[in-house]
Write a protein that binds this ligand. Structure first.
Ligand SMILES: O=C[C@H](O)COP(=O)(O)O
Length: 253
């Protein structure tokens, strides 16, 4: 999995199974054999994962995954989902540490680390989310805060080469977030590229990504892909992001 650009979406807590499968079927039809240099991925709700994976086809041109998983392989963890269970339902990617989970579900740097270790141990790809708060951004602490989070996530863990990092400033995410100007995310991406570029499979940007701003965000040095929520929940929006990736790699094509 040495894609030049990873471009994915999380459905968060949206879509019925039928809606998710319809999305996947349309995506498979549109993506066909794939886009050279671009690795698409979709993280549906766990209820739809197996059906979405099947609808995307055995070629696995579009990878699938989950938005969270527990660090234990099995056991008395009511309401949780293990990495082997996610893999059994088709997951190749496990998102870990999204700011919504850190804010609302007591996810910490310590639990993120446990989950990263478990995902790597089971041979899947962790997608480690990091990002500073609006307050840290205003105080000029973005780089320090993000490097702290990522260092904690990978602390003492070897073999991180298959892991992905998604830089998602909290102030840029969701309906109350605002899209960043490229120069606002450039220092963090520069720092992440220096520190983790050679030790991970890529560093993505996420937070108010749209087809309109995708080209300028992809131009930021160190950005190795995009991770989108709202703008990709309609399949045409996601296809537009994939097209932005294709155009970025082959501007004249
Ligand atoms: O998981 C995706 C990110 O939280 C971004 O969400 P958004 O594109 O709706 O701002």
């Amino acid at each position: 999995m040495n894609a030049a650009l990873w471009i994915g979406t999380s459905f968060k807590m949206n879509k019925t199974r039928a809606q998710a499968v319809a999305y996947a079927a349309r995506l498979r039809e549109a993506v066909g054999a794939g886009i050279p240099g671009v690795q698409p991925f979709v993280l549906p709700s766990a209820t739809a994962l197996a059906e979405v994976t099947a609808a995307l086809g055995p070629e696995r041109t579009v990878l699938t995954g989950v938005q969270n998983a527990h660090w234990a392989s099995a056991g008395a963890w009511t309401g949780e989902l293990s990495v082997p269970q996610a893999a059994d339902a088709g997951a190749a990617i496990v998102e870990i540490g999204h700011s919504e989970r850190r804010a609302h579900f007591a996810e910490t740097d310590a639990t993120v680390r446990l989950k990263v270790e478990a995902v790597l141990r089971h041979g899947l790809t962790p997608l480690v989310c990091c990002g500073e708060s609006a307050e840290d951004f205003a105080r000029g602490r973005s780089v320090d805060r993000v490097l702290e989070q990522v260092a904690a996530a990978f602390d003492g863990i070897g073999g991180t080469g298959r892991a992905l990092v998604a830089y998602e400033p909290v102030w840029a995410i969701g309906e109350h977030g605002r899209a960043p100007r490229p120069e606002e995310i450039a220092p963090v991406h520069r720092a992440l590229a220096e520190e983790w570029g050679d030790r991970t499979a890529g560093v993505l940007y996420g937070g108010s990504v749209t087809p309109a701003n995708a080209p300028e965000l992809l131009m930021v040095p160190g950005v190795g892909g995009l991770f989108a929520g709202r703008s990709a929940w309609r399949v045409e929006g996601y296809l537009a992001l994939l097209e932005a990736g294709r155009a970025h790699l082959a501007p004249a094509g």
